[in-house]
Structures are given as structure tokens and as C-alpha cells.
Design a protein around this ligand. Structure first.
Ligand SMILES: NC(=O)c1ccc[n+]([C@@H]2O[C@H](COP(=O)([O-])OP(=O)(O)OC[C@H]3O[C@@H](n4cnc5c(N)ncnc54)[C@H](O)[C@@H]3O)[C@@H](O)[C@H]2O)c1
Length: 331
């Protein structure tokens, strides 16, 4: 039997990770979330009907909470964070406070446990995005060992990246000094059902639903990769369950897809799935700081545990579109 804690368990990755982990009938889960972003929707309510899942609504920035948390976990996935570009600009102070404080408290809590769990911390590709902006010479595909850079401390855009940069160091040195295994994963554009309503694909699904014409399209020639959520959480689970890390108990690993697509081609794929096409596209330039090409090098995870994404972009987009058709944003 494995007892597993997922912080941010009501959010996008946390919810799908819980579904994935429940496939193993021996896993018992505790999900913690303050529902600041994750919602108690029909999907989460259905998940919580499973007798092997306990949900705790709590704020991880409250130190007193940790006294009430069970102590016998085998694995901890620390996903809770304020995430989403609009928040970096609206509440940069809170992004810093919540992301850092919740991580420090989790690490302090693990430090005090007699039986120390293995930790998975979700960093982000944002942690190295500043290197490209500052030096314009990141290798693409980008491996794990590039410099992490905050290119401008006065720009609120980099607050989140700052929490991931210092977060990685916190995890590395708490794990090293207090002797517990840890995996730092850097997700690269995970997508799928129940991802909130602020990202590009949910926004496009909403615009298609409204038959918005002209259809506004930013930076059509920029390329991105999109990693379907079931592949992504599989990668996280495999890394946590794998014993190949026994000789090197702390690893930083990129998780992402490798098939690049331009934003224009992506929109065309979604129009084809929807069976609707706008008469006109209104092309707009990239927002300042937008990167022309972003691509993870996933050689390390392939070599470590043999993981590669399986879901085709078409299949993933279809499942995503269908979910958003059934679950449009209620404003
Ligand atoms: N989705 C991606 O592609 C992606 C990319 C890079 C990094 N990440 C990282 O992965 C993690 C999970 O991302 P996600 O996409 O599921 O985000 P999400 O916003 O859907 O989930 C985060 C969850 O944390 C919860 N939370 C926030 N503050 C909390 C607090 N103080 N106490 C308790 N719960 C709190 C939120 O309510 C939310 O449900 C985050 O750390 C994020 O930075 C995700």
C-alpha cells in the first residue's frame, strides 16, 4: 500500500494525477487544496466518491495546518501554487508569498518527519525562459542544465519564475541536507480537459463555441509543443515510482511533447475538430516577451525511465474540445 499526498489536488494537474494514481488499487490519496483556483466541480466530486481519496480544504501557507496533517506518506506531490500569467501582473506579491511559503512549510514538515516521503516538486519552463530573453542563446531543444535566470526583478512577469527558481534550490538542498529523495519536474505546456479557462486552448474553445468571427489569433508563426495531460501525469508517476533514482536521489527532469506546431496550425486543427471555421482571422503580433520557439529536450526522462508522450495532438485536442463543449465557462 502506498499513501500519497497531492497538494493543489483540486487543480488541473492534481486532479488528473489523482485519477492516474487511483488505477493502482493499493494507492491511498490525500488531496489538499484551498480551492482558490481548483473548483469543487462535478469531476472532482465524482473523484471524491472513491473511498481511497480524502480531501482536505486548507491553506498551505498557514503553518498551523501542518500539525494536523498525517505523517505517514510514502510520496508527496507538491503542486499547489499560484499559476497563470494574469496573476503575475495582478498580485505579484501574493504569487511570491504563496508559492514560496507553501513550499518552505512543506519542506519543513518533511524535515521533521521520522519517515521521510519522496517528494515531487513542479517547477516550470518559466524558470529558464529569462535566460533566452537575457542572452538569446538557449539551446533548442532545451535540456535541464541551462541557467535559470530572472531577467528583470522589477517586472512582475518574473515573480512566478522567481518562485520556481528558488523553489528548485530549496528542494535540492532540503533533500540533500535532510536526506530524502526528490524529483523536480518542469512541465512544458500540459493541456487537456479541466485545465481552467485562462489558457489558449480553453479560450479558443470558448471563442469557437461563440462562433467568434473574425477570430483573433496572436503570433500565428510561433511554435509550441503541447503535452496531453494523461501522458504528463504518467511521466510524473513513473518518475516517482521508479527505483532508477536510487543512486542519484535528486533529479530535475523536463516533461513535454516534441512535435512542434505553429499557433496557426494548432487553430486549424481545432477548427477541423469543431467542424466550424471563421470567415476571417484577425492576426495580432506576439505580446512583448513572447518566445518564438519553445521546445523541451526530453532525452533525460527517456533515458532515466523510458517515458515518451503517446497521445497524438489530434486525439488530445479532440478530448479537450469535447470536455469544454460540455463544460463551458459560467460567467
Ligand atoms: N499546467 C502546466 O502546463 C504547468 C506548467 C508549468 C508549471 N506548472 C506547475 O504545476 C503545478 C500545478 O499546476 P496546475 O496547472 O495544476 O495549476 P492549477 O492552478 O490548476 O492548480 C494549482 C492548485 O493549487 C491550489 N492552491 C493555490 N494556492 C494554495 C494554497 N495556499 N493552499 C492550498 N492550495 C492552493 C489552487 O487552488 C489550485 O487548485 C503548479 O505548481 C504550476 O506552477 C504547470
Amino acid at each position: 500500500m502506498k499513501k500519497i499526498l497531492i497538494t493543489g489536488g483540486a487543480g488541473f494537474i492534481g486532479y488528473h494525477l489523482a485519477i492516474r494514481l487511483l488505477i493502482d488499487p493499493l494507492n491511498q490519496l490525500v488531496l489538499v487544496d484551498n480551492l482558490q483556483r481548483g473548483k469543487m466541480d462535478a469531476d472532482l466530486a465524482e473523484l471524491l466518491e472513491n473511498g481511497r481519496v480524502e480531501f482536505i480544504q486548507a491553506d498551505l501557507t498557514q503553518e498551523s495546518f501542518y500539525k494536523t496533517l498525517p505523517t505517514d506518506f510514502d510520496h508527496v506531490y507538491h503542486l499547489a501554487a499560484v499559476n497563470g500569467t494574469k496573476w503575475f501582473y495582478k498580485i505579484p506579491d501574493e504569487v511570491l508569498r504563496i508559492n514560496i511559503l507553501s513550499l518552505v512549510y512543506i519542506l519543513e514538515w518533511i524535515k521533521g518527519l521520522a519517515k521521510k516521503p519522496k517528494l515531487c516538486f513542479t517547477s516550470s519552463n518559466e524558470a529558464y525562459a529569462g535566460a533566452l530573453e537575457s542572452f538569446n542563446q538557449l539551446p533548442i531543444p532545451t535540456p535541464e542544465n541551462v541557467p535559470l535566470v530572472i531577467s528583470d526583478t522589477y517586472n512582475p512577469r518574473w515573480t512566478y519564475a522567481g518562485t520556481k527558481l528558488i523553489g528548485e534550490q530549496l528542494v535540492i538542498f532540503y533533500a540533500q541536507v535532510h536526506n530524502f529523495p526528490a524529483v523536480i519536474v518542469r512541465p512544458h505546456n500540459f493541456y487537456g480537459p479541466r485545465a481552467g479557462y485562462d489558457h489558449v486552448l480553453p479560450e479558443w474553445c470558448a471563442k469557437i463555441r461563440q462562433k467568434m468571427d473574425p477570430f483573433v489569433l496572436y503570433s500565428p508563426d510561433e511554435t509550441r509543443t503541447f503535452c496531453y495531460i494523461s501522458d504528463a501525469v504518467e511521466a510524473m508517476q513513473i518518475l516517482m515510482d521508479s527505483s532508477v533514482m536510487n543512486n542519484s536521489p535528486i533529479e530535475t527532469v523536463h516533461i513535454g511533447a516534441t512535435d512542434e506546431v505553429t499557433m496557426q496550425d494548432l487553430s486549424e486543427k481545432l477548427f477541423a475538430i469543431a467542424g466550424w471555421h471563421p470567415q476571417n482571422l484577425e492576426i495580432k503580433p506576439s505580446p512583448a516577451g513572447s518566445v518564438k520557439r519553445r521546445l523541451a529536450d526530453i532525452t533525460k526522462i527517456k533515458n532515466l525511465v523510458g517515458w515518451e508522450p503517446k497521445t497524438s495532438l489530434e486525439d488530445g485536442l479532440k478530448k479537450t474540445f469535447e470536455w469544454y463543449q460540455k463544460n463551458p465557462k459560467i460567467s
